[in-house]
Design a protein around this ligand. Structure first.
Ligand SMILES: Cc1cc2nc3c(=O)[nH]c(=O)nc-3n(C[C@H](O)[C@H](O)[C@H](O)COP(=O)(O)OP(=O)(O)OC[C@H]3O[C@@H](n4cnc5c(N)ncnc54)[C@H](O)[C@@H]3O)c2cc1C
Length: 375
């Protein structure tokens, strides 16, 4: 047996799973097809949003609160600053489902926040133009994560705890028989008692029963120059999500003293082969986001100075998959995080480690059960 638990894909969630397994003293091995901290899948592009007052629904809040604790633990262990908690503005029509979910999260879990009406927004955050009927809620437990640093920090911390890390090794097959799982790479076969699939946009290749329910989607990220960069620093410009009539976008303060990331909070179309993601960003990809920037963020020049394309696995209901792979005893899947999984990856890693070793977790994952999709 090469390890107790094998982790297939050491990206966002896989690196955190490996770290959590290794912390528990479990003999673990991780396989990654690219280099550690690469930008070829879901974790590239310099920054990710962390937020707790969750517009996707309050059922995520316990996972997010645990994720926050683990981000701080990973920072302490690795010596890297991974999460800058500079606050987050959730902007939308007062009666929208997203804003109702934000408020429900706040009320149910007594999250630190401020409700900002239009005069307060004009006074404190004049970078944003507000529409009639829009309101903003400042989530005080929100901020900016550094994905490449985070994945590397977790993977190398796992290694320091004794995990084996095999990079540039593509897993071509996973076979579960009796009490063992055989993992095949082009070079050799490995065996483990349990396997955890954290292969992101590639995951459904290993779980045919989920194929029609989880699809890779392309996401384009765009950075715009600020006319006055000093107004867009982390101190002055919280991360934001705007979910309103013609604008479903998120934004992140400048990390390079000049450009501000503002990008669509939605995917751009299915990726038929994740090995061949179209990374060319065309003018048609940009028209809508440029118009949103011109309308809602007049302090930015509405012509991006940097663009890039990434992808994530999306499920048909927008909720991730966390649990036993359908029809498999010793194989688990954590995938399909549908454009919002990075912030919770530390806690997902804990959940993955607990499932593979105990078969259960105390964190609430009922809404993420893959069995809801098994054909
Ligand atoms: C542009 C963009 C912006 C986003 N913004 C946010 C945000 O602000 N906040 C947030 O919380 N979330 C955000 N998300 C979502 C979040 O980044 C993803 O949900 C999360 O990173 C998914 O993690 P993952 O581990 O499932 O996938 P990945 O991070 O892609 O990891 C999968 C890994 O598996 C490896 N792999 C695949 N197949 C194999 C194989 N056969 N053998 C070996 N290795 C393999 C891949 O190379 C990869 O490293 C965003 C996503 C995108 C694309």
């Amino acid at each position: 047996m090469d390890a107790e638990v094998a982790v297939i894909g050491v990206g966002s969630v896989g690196s955190m799973t490996l770290w959590n397994l290794a912390k528990l003293g479990i003999d673990a091995i991780g396989f990654e097809q690219y280099g550690i901290g690469h930008d070829q899948a879901a974790a590239g592009g310099e920054s990710r949003i962390f937020r707790t007052a969750y517009l996707e629904g309050p059922e995520y809040v316990p996972i997010l609160m645990r994720a926050y604790e683990l981000w701080r633990e990973l920072e302490a262990e690795s010596g890297h600053d991974l999460l800058n908690l500079n606050g987050g503005l959730m902007i939308g029509q007062q009666d929208s489902q997203a804003m109702r979910n934000v408020l429900a999260s706040i009320r149910q879990f007594e999250l630190p926040h401020e409700v900002l009406d239009q005069p307060a927004m004009a006074d404190r955050y004049p970078q944003h133009s507000m529409l009639p009927g829009e309101t903003a809620i400042l989530d005080k437990r929100a901020g900016v994560l550094r994905p490449e640093f985070a994945v590397s920090a977790a993977a190398y911390a796992a290694e320091a705890h004794g995990a084996k890390l095999i990079s540039h090794a593509t897993v071509t097959d996973i076979r579960s028989e009796g009490d063992r799982v055989t993992i095949r790479t082009p070079d050799r076969e490995y065996t483990a008692r349990q396997a955890i699939i954290t292969a992101g946009p590639w995951s459904s290749r290993f779980v045919p029963k989920l194929k029609s329910h989880v699809t890779p989607y392309r996401l384009v990220m765009t950075w715009y120059l600020a006319r006055e960069p000093a107004n867009y620093t982390a101190e002055k410009f919280p991360i934001f999500i705007r979910d309103t009539d013609d604008a479903h976008v998120f934004g992140i303060p400048t990390l390079d003293s000049g450009s501000v990331k503002v990008a669509p909070h939605a995917a751009y179309g299915a990726v038929h082969d994740p090995d061949n993601l179209n990374r060319t960003v065309e003018i048609e990809d940009l028209e809508n986001i440029n118009a949103v920037v011109a309308k809602y963020l007049p302090g930015l020049i509405p012509n991006p100075v940097r663009v890039s394309a990434y992808m994530d696995g999306y499920t048909t209901d927008g909720q991730g998959l966390v649990g036993r792979a359908p029809g498999e005893d010793n194989v688990w899947i954590l995938s399909g995080f549908s454009g919002h999984g990075f912030k919770m990856s530390t806690a997902l890693g804990q959940i993955g480690a607990e499932l593979a070793t105990d078969g259960r977790t105390a964190l609430p994952i009922g809404h993420l059960d893959p069995a809801r999709f098994a054909d």
